[in-house]
Ligand binder design. Structure first.
Ligand SMILES: [Zn+2]
Length: 414
């Protein structure tokens, strides 16, 4: 048996060497073994979430109490619309681009190519600062394999576990981020292929951003104004960047469209916000003009700092959707003058580290506490964090923003 096993091992390693030489440099046997594998849920933890709060089902109360739960808000702090930015590639332009975004209060997913050295090593300190400032670092692979247009052999050979999971590990090791939520397909390649989407899901990303076919200029205005129904081939509203050229797989130079007219850019944003949607836009920092007169800053000045909007990167936004849908809010039996609610779910809190907003009808002024701690009023101004804990009055109702798996308590003044 051991002899057969070692012969099998030798054969496998020879096959791998051959495949790597002729097909994809990072291919492994496992890439083929798992090509048809499903993507089971990776984001729930076993056990009873109520028990984790120290509660049991018979403490739940169905009859209405003095405070009534009205529902979960569509966006955090009941914002009227959402702005989500993402920028691609590891280039020397990243720090200046982040500085500009911060000037206008825009939050982005920074999609980096994790093994583009020596630049990446120099960028990590600035990226750690970006995380502290409310941005997200997403993966744009380790080496940015790209073919225009893609092909099945290309996707099978170059869209490897090493690129997908290796880049995730690079980010976790260098950034201190608790999870890597977002993936962006290099050159938009392979995003339409189910096996590629499953591979992204199996690597525990919660969203994969597409970049639809540049050769047909479909990348310019995919015009998505909401969540994408398929988070693993997620489109966006529009690009904000200059035109460029690239070589297709036959070596021909092709001009690719940009989008730099502030009136057109701002008009599209206005349209999405008026409809209460999600405005998501994509830029490449190396394809921008910096300076207050340039199209990029003029657009950011138009869309930034609005008090009724929520500014959030892509991954935490998609995580928020799951969090909102899967969190239960149940009233608890109460003997005192207070009303108590359990806010709970079975989701992994390392991945779902954000908050949701719940609307309660209180009838009278109340004090709200989460896990015994009094919640402060959210000041006026935009929502720029995805993990806050606060309240906001909305007429006779109270909006409560908390991280789930918490015990909410409402106390009436004596
Ligand atoms: Zn790219």
């Amino acid at each position: 048996m051991p002899m057969i096993r070692s012969a099998g091992k030798r054969l496998r390693s020879r096959a791998e060497t051959f495949l790597r030489q002729w097909w994809g440099p990072n291919l492994t046997w496992w890439d083929f073994a798992t090509v048809g594998a499903p993507s089971p849920r990776f984001d729930v933890i076993p056990g009873d979430p109520l028990a984790r709060l120290g509660l049991s089902a018979d403490e739940l109360e169905d009859a209405d109490g003095p405070v009534r739960f009205r529902g979960t808000c569509r966006y955090l702090n009941a914002a009227s619309a959402v702005v989500s930015h993402s920028v691609d590639d590891t280039t020397e332009w990243l720090p200046v681009c982040l500085d500009v975004m911060d000037r206008y209060g825009i939050k982005s997913t920074v999609f980096v190519v994790t093994q583009r050295e020596p630049l990446m090593s120099r960028l990590w300190p600035r990226l750690r600062q970006a995380i502290a400032d409310g941005h997200e670092i997403g993966s744009h692979s380790r080496g940015h394999p790209c073919r225009v247009p893609d092909s099945l052999p290309f996707c099978l050979g170059r869209f490897t576990i090493d690129e997908i999971e290796g880049s995730r590990e690079d980010i976790l090791r260098n950034s201190g981020q608790p999870h890597v939520w977002s993936w962006a397909y290099p050159c938009g390649n392979c995003a339409d292929r189910k096996f590629a989407q499953r591979k992204i899901a199996r690597a525990h990303y919660v969203a994969g951003r597409a970049y639809p076919c540049e050769l047909q200029n479909r990348h310019a205005v995919p015009d998505l104004q909401d969540y994408d129904s398929n988070p693993y081939a997620a489109r966006y509203t529009q690009i904000v960047q200059k035109g460029y050229s690239k070589f297709d797989s036959k070596g021909r130079k092709v001009a690719i469209l940009g989008r730099t007219d502030p009136a057109a850019l701002n008009g599209k944003f206005d349209e999405v916000v008026a409809a209460g949607g999600i405005y998501s836009f994509v830029s490449h920092p190396q394809m921008l003009d910096y300076g207050a007169d340039g199209f990029y800053e003029r657009h950011l000045a138009h869309i930034g700092g609005r008090a009724d909007l929520w500014y959030v990167p892509m991954g935490p936004l998609y995580a928020f959707r799951t969090l909102s849908m899967e969190t239960k809010v149940r009233q608890l039996r109460s003997t005192s003058a207070a009303a108590r609610f359990a806010v709970y779910n079975a989701l992994d809190p390392k991945i779902y580290n954000g908050s949701i907003t719940l609307e309660f009808e209180t009838g009278a002024p109340v004090t709200a506490l989460a896990d015994g701690r009094k919640l402060a009023e959210h000041g006026s101004g935009p929502v720029t964090r995805w993990d806050g804990a606060y309240i906001r009055s909305a007429g006779k109702n109270l909006l409560v923003t908390v991280r789930p798996n918490t015990l909410l308590e409402f106390r009436f003044p004596e």
